[in-house]
Design a protein around this ligand. Structure first.
Ligand SMILES: Cc1ncc(COP(=O)(O)OP(=O)(O)O)c(N)n1
Ligand SMILES: Cc1nc(C(=O)O)sc1CCOP(=O)(O)O
Ligand SMILES: [Mg+2]
Length: 210
């Protein structure tokens, strides 16, 4: 499926203080987020189901797809997209299970090339952390914008890690199709304005590239 990944919001329940997750996501979509991933490390499958159902209600009618991080069972049950990394379900198997109508992405580390079956299974790959981040404790050190150009770009590449509007411009200039953000939106006092600033930055950088 063709996915609009210009500004891809990845959630984190530890950020945002008292503000409910749905309120942040709703505001972010109004601001211009184009895709949302439910990421809640350590949540039980039943917690993920509840959160995903709430987010599906928020996203209903917006055209913004919902993906879930790591969990093929939740994606399968609710018809969601899926993001996988190194120790997660195989994207080729996930595509067989989920069908063609959902978005599937994979983190691609260390310049690894995609195998043919992975390429046809995936809608995008993610590279990171492009800048240092404290949001994901096991993310490792910053790989820099050079890693975007070095990533297999036979599928659209999304940059993640430490991204703000200025860095979003740099990531797109380096070849990214979009940016994935956690704290820049989840922890923002005004998630709508934060999403709008990221969207403007990405759109400007994409226009400058074409
Ligand atoms: C868009 C996006 N990019 C990267 C990741 C990280 O995936 P992974 O390496 O599997 O780590 P966890 O998120 O599972 O901790 C992501 N989730 N989304
Ligand atoms: C979920 C995630 N994955 C990463 C990777 O490098 O694969 S970095 C990251 C967290 C990004 O959070 P923030 O936008 O707050 O820096
Ligand atoms: Mg994972």
């Amino acid at each position: 499926m063709t996915a609009d990944l210009r500004v891809y919001l990845v959630t984190d329940p530890a950020l945002g203080g008292e503000r409910p997750l749905e309120a942040t996501v709703e505001a972010a979509v109004v601001g211009g987020v184009t895709a949302v991933q439910l990421r809640h490390k350590g949540a039980s499958p039943s917690e993920l189901f509840v959160e995903a159902r709430r987010l599906l209600q928020v996203l209903d009618g917006t055209g913004v797809p919902l993906l879930v991080n790591d969990s093929l069972p939740v994606a399968t049950e609710l018809g969601l997209g899926l993001h996988v990394g190194r120790a997660d379900p195989d994207p080729v198997l996930a595509r067989q299970v989920l069908g063609r109508d959902v978005v599937i992405g994979m983190s691609l580390y260390g310049g690894r090339r995609l195998a043919d079956d992975e390429r046809s299974a995936l809608d995008y790959t993610a590279v990171g952390p492009v800048w240092a981040t404290s949001t994901k404790s096991d993310a490792g050190g910053a790989v820099g914008t050079g890693a975007i150009g070095a990533t297999d770009r036979s599928r659209p590449v999304v940059a993640i890690g430490g991204i703000d509007p200025d860095r979003a411009r740099q990531a797109v200039a380096a070849g990214a199709s979009g940016v994935a953000v956690v704290s820049a939106v989840m922890a923002a006092a005004d998630p709508r304005a934060a999403a709008a600033a990221l969207r403007a930055a990405v759109d400007e950088a994409l226009a400058a590239r074409s």
